[in-house]
Write a protein that binds this ligand. Structure first.
Ligand code: ADP
Ligand code: MG
Length: 238
């Protein structure tokens, strides 16, 4: 079980508050999409969930436990970044094994987990390649593999497809949804792309200027947008 509860979450950089008190609940196993225009605070919010950024006010609970003061490694969360952040001098297998090696997992466990992730993502034939020998989509899959091997309760994605071309983006959307079906994990997926949000989400959280504009299923937002911003952003007829 890994549900996420955000309660009056705030973030300031110096004197500038960029997240103004967010309340949200993401259920166990839910695919939640955080969507909104550039600069509205999506990455900041995700980084607070991951523990990569201090929380200035309010609280974040995961599985009923307040995590504000837990370090990233103590949260059982894995984050997949937009730029993949692969190690160029390591093979695909080594990239996926790296975090397990750091945490001194036994060799057999590492082999087993890397093998399982490679199976899930169709990377079996590419394990000995280096990142420079991979396509953009394959690199993105390796980045997901690095997350999967850690058996996280929660996956966080920050605009994972924005560096891919349009055709590959559509394909990867399907693959990430299939991954969610297989693993049944809780996912918070950040995008500024309303089509991604509408096609992938169980629940959409629309963020504007550091505040939630509306939360709902894709259909709810499309049928009953609360305000003009949501209507325009989601593209529903007005
Ligand atoms: P998004 O991911 O939705 O594009 P961000 O979360 O990156 O937005 O940024 C939200 C706001 O916080 C922006 O106004 C941005 O300039 C500001 N911001 C983000 N990171 C920092 C930082 N390290 N220092 C100061 N301001 C920041
Ligand atoms: Mg961002």
């Amino acid at each position: 079980m890994a549900d996420i509860e955000l309660s009056s979450v705030r973030k300031s950089y110096g004197n500038l508050e960029v997240i103004h008190g967010i309340d949200a609940h993401i259920k166990d196993g839910e695919f939640a999409v955080l969507v909104g225009p550039s600069g509205c605070g999506k990455s900041t919010l995700l980084r607070m969930l991951a523990g990569l950024e201090d929380i200035s006010g309010g609280s974040v609970s995961i599985s009923g436990k307040i995590v504000n003061d837990l370090r990233p490694k103590e949260r059982n969360i894995a984050m997949v970044f937009q730029n993949y952040a692969l190690y160029p001098h390591m093979t695909v297998a080594e990239n996926m094994a790296f975090s397990l090696k750091l945490s001194k997992a036994p060799k057999e466990e590492i082999t087993q987990k890397v093998g399982r992730a490679a199976d899930i993502l169709g990377l079996g034939a590419l394990l000995e390649r280096f990142p420079r020998q991979l396509s953009g989509g394959q690199r993105q899959r390796v980045a997901m593999g690095r997350a999967i091997v850690r058996d996280p309760d929660v996956f966080l994605f920050d605009e994972p497809l924005s560096n891919l071309d349009a055709k590959l983006r559509v394909q990867m959307r399907t693959e990430i949804k299939a991954l969610h079906q297989k693993l049944q994990s809780t996912i918070v997926y950040v995008t500024h792309d309303q089509i991604e949000a509408m096609t992938m989400a169980d629940k959409i959280i629309v963020l504007k200027d550091g505040e939630i504009s509306q939360t709902g299923t894709p259909l709810e937002l499309y049928d009953s947008p609360k305000n003009r911003f949501v209507a325009t952003f989601i593209g529903s007829p007005s």
